[in-house]
Design a protein around this ligand. Structure first.
Ligand code: GDP
Ligand code: GDP
Length: 464
């Protein structure tokens, strides 16, 4: 786990420029044309060996009407809520302006962890601003020049202890990889409270409708879609609050988009390769992977590969069949799809398959529910007491074989991790246990503890 850094400040202080520098690519378009950048944008930032997620709030300049203040406030508040740390930027060349104080207020109210930076600090004019900036009461300002790359060392010095703090926290949160017998706490929540937005990747073949789907979810035409070649998009991921249905509580989600980069690749023979590696990266970031299929050509080789990859990476998987609006014989088609799913992706047994129309929005509420369910299953924790009652039953029902006359005795089981659920069974002769018996246990776990589709990990350990 890394931390999330939000770049906040009024328009034109250099947020996008810094974002580009931190992300290391021309991801955020820096342009004087209003409306080029919009809403929140995210990327994976890096200074030396410190890695983090950066959120850029640039793009406020597009709102030229009277709602500018309101929009600015809302966007910043959203970013602050999502972030662990806020980098509040001012323009060192013009000094502290009243508009800057609006942000100070927001940050105070939100009790945000703030790093103050005076950008465009390369010249002498900045000296005065640095002094003014102290008066904001946000601590010592860092003098930056996003454009010229100055001050990155200072920024690094401030971020390093934070990064270590988050790593430490992640270690403490991380599931044990070794056998640890836990206290059985029947009141323990099955799903940990989610401090961060749920991370989703939408993967699938070109033209499956990924962009259309993401647009529909975020409810604006933010990602450009269409059959025209060469449309480029520059977001790696988008943040949204997705209320599946009108009366449902909106769920903060971060959706990794894999279509954008692919569209940059004009050279057609590279197309497939690129979209697979894009998908790969998105899969690694995600908690839930939505494999989007085109109902016209479902379960193509590429779809199977990415679904398998998601399973092997231990992600929760949801299969969504898109363009359902074009299907006439829905009943027959659904039966056929389910049959193909079982046959071609047995490793994802029980994972949800939902039909959607990204174009009309039909089925998106069910997709959201499926995502939440898959996430829930992925986080499931079974108590050791429950597990051992279960194991006893499994062994009675089907005793392990005795290969070469060696008696396999399974003593006990324990869950050693979640996300995805991982179990260890202590046994004699672990290397003699046939794959089929392991499968029997894994399928049993899935069925008996209501973990359909979960990429369950089962390790047999020699009890010595
Ligand atoms: P944003 O609206 O906060 O995202 O600001 P931009 O990143 O778009 O930058 C606004 C303008 O300031 C652009 O013309 C940048 O080239 C310029 N700029 C950004 N950082 C620096 C800097 O460190 N020094 C100078 N001199 N100009 C900068
Ligand atoms: P991507 O390459 O996966 O991002 O696919 P796009 O979102 O660009 O969609 C490719 C094409 O399929 C576009 O022409 C969309 O209009 C069309 N499309 C996407 N979703 C649907 C849908 O649910 N129904 C129909 N009929 N067409 C769709």
């Amino acid at each position: 786990m890394t931390f999330t850094l939000a770049l906040v400040g009024r328009p034109n202080v250099g947020k996008s420029t810094l974002f580009n520098r931190l992300v290391g690519k021309k991801l955020a378009l820096v342009d004087d044309t209003p409306g080029v950048t919009r809403d929140l944008r995210e990327g994976q930032g890096r200074i030396a060996d410190i890695r983090f997620t950066v959120i850029d709030t640039a793009g406020l300049e597009m709102a030229t009407d009277e709602s500018l203040q309101g929009r600015m406030r809302k966007l910043t508040e959203r970013a602050v809520d999502m972030a662990d740390v806020c980098l509040f930027m001012i323009d060192a060349r013009v000094g502290v302006l009243p508009a800057d104080r609006v942000f100070v207020e927001i940050l105070r109210k939100k009790n945000a962890h703030v790093i103050l930076a005076a950008n465009k600090g390369e010249g002498k004019a900045a000296d005065v601003t640095i002094l003014e900036a102290y008066a904001l009461g946000l601590g010592e300002p860092i003098r930056l020049s996003a454009e010229h790359g100055e001050g990155m060392g200072e920024l690094m010095d401030v971020l390093r202890p934070l990064s270590e703090q988050f790593e430490e926290r992640a270690r403490m949160d991380a599931p044990e990889t070794d056998v640890a017998v836990e206290d059985d706490d029947p009141d323990a929540p099955r799903v940990p409270t989610r401090a961060r937005p749920l991370q989703i990747a939408v993967v699938g073949r070109p033209n499956a409708g990924k962009s259309t789907l993401i647009n529909k979810i975020i409810g604006e035409d933010r990602l450009l879609t269409g059959p025209e070649a060469g449309i480029t998009r520059d977001a790696i991921s988008v943040m949204t609050e997705w209320a599946g249905s009108h009366d449902a509580e909106p769920v903060p989600m971060r959706i990794f988009d894999t279509a954008g980069m692919r569209k940059k690749a004009r050279i057609s023979e590279k197309l497939e390769k690129l979209s697979v590696s894009d998908g790969l990266r998105a899969v690694k970031f995600a908690e839930v992977v939505v494999v989007l299929l085109d109902v016209e050509i479902p379960f193509e080789q590429q779809d199977l590969r990415i679904a398998d990859l998601a399973e092997r990476e231990g992600r929760a998987v949801v299969i969504a069949v898109n363009k359902w609006d074009t299907e006439d014989d829905k009943q027959d088609k659904l039966r056929e799809l389910k049959e193909e799913f079982t046959r071609l992706l047995p490793q994802l047994r029980g994972a949800p398959l939902v039909t959607v129309s990204a174009k009309t929005g039909k089925g998106l509420d069910r997709l959201q529910q499926a995502i939440m369910k898959a996430y829930d299953v992925w986080n499931r924790r079974v108590t050791t007491a429950q597990l051992n009652r279960w194991l006893t039953g499994m062994l009675e029902q089907h005793p392990p074989p005795a290969p070469g006359g060696k008696r396999i005795k399974m003593r006990y089981a324990t869950q050693v991790k979640t996300r995805p659920p991982g179990f260890v069974v202590m046994t004699t002769h672990p290397d003699q246990v046939p794959e089929s018996y392991k499968r029997y246990l894994v399928n049993g776990l899935r069925d008996d503890f209501d973990m359909p589709g979960a990429p369950i990990r089962l390790t047999l350990r020699d009890q010595g």
